[in-house]
Ligand binder design. Structure first.
Ligand SMILES: [Zn+2]
Length: 278
């Protein structure tokens, strides 16, 4: 999980160029609500830290239909916007910012176009995420009990703390559990992150990824351990790896949390790495 730099576009220009490329009645309808939509864009920016308070604009059903049409029925401008948003020039764009697992191949309407069609082609509302996060988990969800339940990758900056934690327990098998550790200095962000984590089923999805990683680690950790039979040599290696990964993936990627969690477990480092995974 991580933030993305907000895309910089002239949203008005994008709206106008998409309108220009539409056919039949749609351009006329979209031109009629141009001012309302642009006011809504300004309102989105003004509410960037409290999007839950953003009220939908009042428009006729035929205008709603035209706005949805502007997104779903491809025009050259929409295609170009989609391609731009899905391929930003970032070092780490291999991973979906919502989960950090899959490739970001789809655009999520952070505020759903079904409830707020005025943001159907608003670049700041279109976040590149993976198909699994988008289709299986997020869908048209946005609020619960009036509060946001997903991180906005462009607008919610991660405070510089570790929030994602992996607990490792060693019995007859290795058991892994990921969780969000609340930070008292950032209670609202911690709440939002925990909702995001739960709604996207990230404990189960991270555990699945972690089990593959742990299997791969067995041989290399054993080579290190067998030199001095010292757990601290293994812990040091894992901490070093966590540090290297952090520089590329950020503090709250599941892999960083996993390596830090494994390094903290004396039982795991003291030969437990060879056990099966629960
Ligand atoms: Zn994802």
């Amino acid at each position: 999980m991580r933030s993305l730099p907000a895309p910089i576009y002239d949203s008005v220009l994008i709206y106008d160029s998409i309108v220009k490329e539409k056919r039949r009645f749609t351009p006329k309808r979209l031109k009629k609500i141009r001012t309302d939509v642009h006011d809504a864009y300004r309102s989105y920016m003004a509410h960037s830290y409290c999007l839950e308070k953003l009220a939908p604009i009042t428009i006729l059903p035929l205008h709603v239909k035209s706005l949805i049409h502007a997104y779903v029925t491809e025009t050259k401008s929409m295609r170009s916007l989609r391609a731009d948003l899905l391929k930003p020039d970032l070092d780490d764009f291999a991973h979906c910012p919502y989960c950090g697992i899959n490739e970001p191949r789809t655009l999520d309407h952070y505020i759903p176009k079904e409830s707020h069609p005025e943001f159907s082609i608003f670049p700041l509302n279109l976040i590149p995420i993976c198909n699994q996060c988008n289709s299986t988990y997020k869908g048209v969800k946005f609020l619960s009990a009036g509060k946001r339940i997903f991180l906005h990758s462009y607008l919610d900056a991660f405070p510089d703390f570790y929030f994602v934690v992996a607990d490792i327990s060693i019995g007859t098998k290795i058991e892994i559990n990921f969780k969000i550790e609340s930070n008292p200095a950032y209670l609202e962000f911690s709440r939002l992150l925990a909702e995001h984590f739960n709604c996207l089923n990230l404990n189960d999805r991270f555990k699945y990824q972690a089990s593959v990683e742990i299997k791969v680690l067995r041989s290399s950790l054993h080579r290190i351990y067998q030199v001095n039979s010292d757990f601290s040599d293994v812990a040091q290696e894992l901490n070093q790896e966590a540090d290297d990964l952090k520089k590329v993936l950020g503090k709250n990627h599941w892999k960083v949390a996993l390596f830090r969690g494994l390094a903290r477990s004396r039982e795991y480092c003291d030969g437990g790495y060879a056990k099966l995974i629960k």
